[in-house]
Design a protein around this ligand. Structure first.
Ligand code: FAD
Ligand code: NDP
Length: 515
């Protein structure tokens, strides 16, 4: 018997995992695959609007999965516009929100079922209850008023986060929807005000507009904080062309219900506080950030340190308490990258990989640590944005303007340009060849033009960026991209032999044609 097994013998389990989302599921199954006795607790507290869901956490229920399916629903609408231009008789298609939600929720429920089966076949004990630490090795689980106690040699906290609605706007908490509610709404949100301007706000504004809704986004300051700002503005322009209205800089100051059940929102300038507009909406959707769901889980009882914002500081996923670990959105990792400090990205594959590597280190003598840097990501707006590495601003901030060269290329996707995809807003003038796409490489001159930032706005940016992310991770230089022979005609070939630098001042927008 090893020392580890001897230690575990005095507990009910080798490992207790609190939270059955992306990270919790991954770490529990991996640990069980090494023959460990594992229990996983998962419980969904209803949203303020009363929405609940099943096993699998944010990603599958109220995040990536339903969002991507609704993004697809939006793309189908835009595709039908193109289809007409290519000779399909599609009439005047109308969107049925209810039917879409049914398809999306059926798929989510199927995934919830698969997760349960997955835990069972991995021989992980699943307890559907709200868990908290009641001792260093003790987890108390509450289910329908009954409490059970479970002990474990090690505990992993993977409780994720929940949306935050600011408490200083009268009516916001009472009336606003969040991403916890939107994907299972049985009736269309109708005319919607989106508050916030990051990933969730822009993605949801994007698909709601593509589904034909009247959408306004109240932007407090900038679009997509932390992302390349030239690209973020490009994305905003494309969304405007699709009919999304932006009010900026603006925040709601109050939300009131009218006698006919609508919501009257007063928007004020976020800098001066002066009223900028008053509007009536069917729904107000808040996407103003998320908070780690760590309050009330007994961290103090077990002596686990927690930051004022609720995140658990970890080093190699270990908390300040030796046998207690944490992974995913509820953690704070100090990521050193390009001689600078960064926060760990809140993304599903990050939580999964951190969990799997941790289990292998704990139970299979592996040594590989999670690398939180150079994680590729995509914003699934109607025209997607994918990136890996530094924004141009961050590169200049870290290395100075003289050491950074940026290559740019703006163009329209062949098929969409032919169909006049973007300017399909009623009554708007159509461009001949709208440059909806933008390809951008940020390079470090002192390291032989090593590519330190890859950015692409265009269709399928998620897919394209996943591939190019490997090149960036492997340290590719601009000369490597130049040697790459393109796949023609494709959008991704724009990255082969990009010739126009920002410093040249030459227009980087393509004039059309194949060479
Ligand atoms: P979660 O998945 O949030 O899981 C935590 C689980 O723990 C939940 O089930 C929760 O109910 C449970 N729990 C909490 N407290 C307790 C307790 N005390 N007892 C028992 N159970 C508890 N990421 C991407 O990579 N790509 C995307 O396209 C993407 N889109 C997103 C879209 C939206 C709208 C949102 C909100 C997020 C999106 N994300 C996306 C982020 C991604 O969903 C998260 O990064 C990921 O789910 C984090 O996983 P986690 O395991 O840390 O937490
Ligand atoms: P973020 O924290 O990224 O953004 C919050 C947004 O809300 C910002 O635009 C911010 O503006 C604004 N905001 C904050 N407070 C207020 C306020 N009081 N009034 C008005 N506006 C306000 O949160 P998200 O919810 O968009 O995303 C959370 C995380 O989820 C992301 O970091 C990401 O990791 C993950 N995610 C990933 C996706 C993907 O991979 N495709 C998709 C969706 C989410 P300001 O800039 O002024 O601070």
């Amino acid at each position: 018997m090893t020392a580890n097994e001897a230690e575990s013998a005095s507990y009910d389990y080798d490992l207790a995992v609190i939270g059955g989302g992306s990270g919790g599921m991954a770490v529990a199954k991996k640990a069980a695959s090494y023959g460990k006795k594992v229990v996983l607790f998962d419980f969904v507290k209803p949203s303020p609007q009363g929405t609940k869901w099943g096993l699998g956490g944010t990603c599958v229920n109220v995040g990536c999965v339903p969002k991507k399916l609704m993004h697809y629903a939006g793309l189908l609408g835009a595709g039908m516009h193109d289809a007409k231009a290519f000779g399909w008789k599609v009439g005047n298609p109308e969107h049925d929100w209810e039917a879409m939600v049914e398809t999306v929720q059926n798929h989510v429920k199927m995934l919830n079922f698969r997760y349960r089966v997955g835990l069972k076949s991995a021989q992980v004990t699943y307890v559907n209850g709200l868990a908290r630490l009641t001792g260093p090795h003790e987890v108390t689980c509450e289910k329908r008023g009954k409490e059970t106690k479970h002990t474990a040699a090690r505990v992993i906290i993977a409780v994720g986060g929940r949306p935050v609605i600011p408490d200083d706007v009268p009516g916001a908490r009472e009336h606003a929807l969040t991403s916890d509610d939107l994907f299972s709404l049985r009736t269309s949100p109708g005319k919607t005000l989106v508050v916030g301007a990051s990933y969730i706000a822009l993605e949801c504004a994007g698909f709601m507009r593509e589904l034909g809704l009247d959408v306004t986004v109240a932007v407090r300051s900038i679009l997509l904080r932390g992302f390349d700002q030239q690209v973020a503005e490009k994305l905003g322009d494309v969304m405007k062309d699709l009919g999304v209205k932006f009010v900026r800089p603006a925040v709601p100051s109050k939300i009131e219900k009218t006698s006919d059940g609508k919501l009257e929102v007063t928007l004020v300038d976020s800098k001066s506080g002066e009223e900028v507009s008053k509007g009536t909406y069917d729904s107000v959707f808040y996407a103003t950030g998320r908070k780690a769901d760590t309050s009330g889980i007994g961290l103090e009882t077990a002596g686990v340190k927690v930051n004022p914002n609720g995140k658990i500081p970890v080093e190699n996923e270990q908390t300040n308490v030796e046998h207690i670990f944490a992974i995913g959105d509820c953690t704070s990792v100090d990521v050193m990258f390009h001689e600078s400090h960064w926060a760990n990205p809140e993304l599903t594959p990050v939580a999964v990989q951190a969990g799997e590597l941790l289990a292998s280190r704990l139970y299979a003598r592996a040594t590989e640590q999670m690398d939180y840097s150079l994680v590729a990501t995509a914003v699934f707006t109607p025209v997607e944005y994918g990136c890996c590495g530094l924004s141009e601003e961050d590169a200049i901030r870290l290395y100075g303007e003289d050491d950074v060269e940026t290559y740019l290329f703006g163009f329209g996707t062949l098929e969409q340009s032919a169909a006049h995809r973007v300017k399909h807003v009623e009554g708007e003038e159509e461009d001949d060849m709208p440059a909806t796409n933008l390809s951008k490489l940020v390079c470090l001159k002192s390291q032989g033009e090593k590519v330190i930032g890859f950015h692409f706005v265009g269709p399928n940016a998620g897919e394209i960026t996943q591939g190019f992310g490997l090149a960036v991770r492997l340290g590719a230089k601009k000369s490597d991209f130049n040697k790459l022979v393109g796949i023609h005609p494709s959008d991704a070939e724009s990255f082969c032999a990009m010739g126009i630098t920002r410093s040249s001042g030459v227009s980087f927008v393509a004039e059309g044609g194949c060479g």
